[in-house]
Ligand binder design. Structure first.
Ligand code: PLP
Length: 502
């Protein structure tokens, strides 16, 4: 006779054995184990799904078997963001302290919608965000709240701006309102796509977002911003917010925040600063100038899950006028009413989500474990490594930089010195796209691309705790070798001259 299915959780002894096995596995993975996998997964679309059963198992399986499946079936389908050769997009590390915190977070399963549903998560959020705010040099007038990512933070910033500028928007919305002028939000042409998404979600529409042209260093042009605002005002359009970016996604450019703050201050327009990636560099005295003027913003976002060694996901949103966000969102049905309301903060009041993970734990553990000096030293090292990579490219006649090096980001492309004059731009783009594919296919590093000034642009970002001199050197060597191989293939058409060392 079949045994009845046991009820309750997995038995504790099996949990303990599997947990020990997993912790050993994770320790190996973090201590160089990740390096044995190709950074960019090599599976083809659909391959992972096809390798897994189409239906859930009818009966439970032992955890060791499930863990075997994880290694055998899922590991090949992972792109290793926690690999020191990951230099694409904006990466950071899931550091040891952050991973330990996530383990506890899962076990404790806190849901911090109300102060009483997790007093520690609520209050630790205020403490950890206060520490971070002070390290960033932001004034205490900025109150903080944690969201899942920069996209959510940007959305909440524009939600607050809409609340501040549009009368009765909370109750009457924006539709069919004869009493409302059209509204406008401004950002640079290089602002992150999440600003567009926020305009879509908030019912403003993408046409309400005016993209301001950038200068030759990809920074928002304040003369163009002033002109756009002036034209709109003259036409009866209501400017509600400007989003300035400190560290744009493509090139890391830094918008002139002091001048933008002057414009916004004079007109009482909400200024939001998106420092999702670059923000942590403001902790370094030698880079603090990137935050000049940010103290005058209404809201700011910095993502510890990008460049502060905190596992995904954690975005720190700071606001000088948190009461505006609260006025936009606070809503307490009877089943969530508590007697502490007023005496303690309920985090559900300043965010769209009701359920909230205990994210503050990992930020607190990362900051406590590395300390301010440890965080600064690691960020400084990333900037040093990036400078080293940029110097290698400058010394290589077959590559050129396509933007000023910004903190830990280099934008560049191959322009072989033997490249025939007048080579069509499309062919150069194609060569660089092929080079990127070739380098990434090798599995040792992973780089990404963008387009700057119409040109296909390669990007290398240093952000991982274990990325070393060896990795950035190897990135250059792989690019060099990849380019040589591509030129060899194309030698029928044209050929770069031999370099002196050949
Ligand atoms: N803002 C900037 C400048 C970014 O570069 C990014 C992502 O790279 C975001 C916002 C979105 O952040 P998240 O991926 O955390 O939503």
């Amino acid at each position: 006779m079949q045994q009845p299915t046991p009820l309750g959780d997995m038995d504790n002894e099996s949990f303990r054995r599997s947990a020990h096995r997993l912790v050993d596995w994770i320790a190996r993975y973090l201590d160089g184990g990740a390096d044995s996998y190709p950074v960019l997964s090599r599976v083809r679309p659909g391959e992972i799904q096809a390798s897994l059963p189409a239906a859930a198992p009818a009966h439970g399986r032992p955890m060791p078997e499930i863990l075997d499946d994880f290694e055998r079936l899922l590991m090949p389908g992972l792109t290793h963001w926690n690999h020191p050769g990951f230099m694409a997009y904006f990466n950071s590390s899931a550091s040891g302290p952050g991973v330990l915190a996530e383990l506890l977070t899962a076990a404790l399963n806190q849901q911090a919608m109300l102060w009483r549903t997790s007093p520690a998560a609520t209050e630790l959020e205020a403490v950890a965000l206060g520490w971070l705010r002070d390290l960033l040099g932001l004034p205490p007038a900025f109150d903080g709240v944690i969201f899942d990512g920069g996209s959510s933070s940007n959305l909440h910033a524009l939600l607050a701006a809409r609340q501040a500028a549009v009368a009765e928007v909370r109750t009457r919305g924006l539709l069919a309102r004869g009493d409302l002028p059209p509204v406008r939000v401004y950002c640079s042409e290089h602002a992150h796509s999440s600003v567009d998404k926020a305009a879509i979600v908030l019912g403003l529409g993408q046409e309400a977002l005016r993209k301001i042209p950038a200068d030759d260093r990809y920074r928002m042009r304040t003369d163009a911003l002033a002109e756009a605002i002036g034209d709109d005002e003259a036409a009866g359009v209501l400017p509600i917010a400007v989003v300035a970016t400190v560290g744009t996604t493509s090139s890391g450019s830094i918008d002139p925040v002091p001048a933008v703050a002057d414009l916004c201050g004079a007109r009482r327009i909400w200024l939001h600063v998106d420092a999702s990636w670059a923000g942590p560099a403001a902790m370094l005295p030698e880079e603090a100038a990137i935050f000049d003027g940010v103290e005058r913003a209404d809201s700011v976002v910095v993502n510890p899950h990008k460049w502060l060694f905190t596992p995904l996901d954690l975005s720190a949103f700071y606001c000088r006028r948190m009461e505006v966000l609260e006025a936009a969102l606070a809503l307490t049905p009877e089943y969530l009413a508590t007697k502490e309301a007023g005496a303690a903060r309920n985090l559900m009041d300043t965010g769209i989500a009701l359920g909230r993970r205990f994210r503050a734990l990992k930020l607190w553990m990362v900051m406590s474990s590395f300390g301010a000096d440890g965080l600064r030293a690691r960020i400084r090292e990333h900037i040093r490594l990036t400078d080293g990579f940029a110097s290698q490219l400058r010394a290589d006649p077959d590559f050129e930089l396509l933007a000023p090096v910004s903190l830990a980001l280099v934008c560049f492309r191959a322009v072989p010195s033997g490249c025939p004059a007048g080579m069509p731009a499309a062919e150069l783009d194609e060569l660089n796209a092929a080079l990127l594919e070739r380098v990434n296919a090798g599995g040792e590093v992973y780089l990404s691309h963008t387009r700057l000034g119409g040109r296909y642009t390669l990007r290398l970002v240093v952000g991982h705790l274990r990325t070393s001199e060896m990795h950035v050197r190897s990135a250059h060597e792989l690019l060099r070798r990849g380019l040589d191989e591509l030129l060899e293939v194309r030698s029928g058409t044209w050929r770069a001259p031999a370099r002196p060392s050949d």
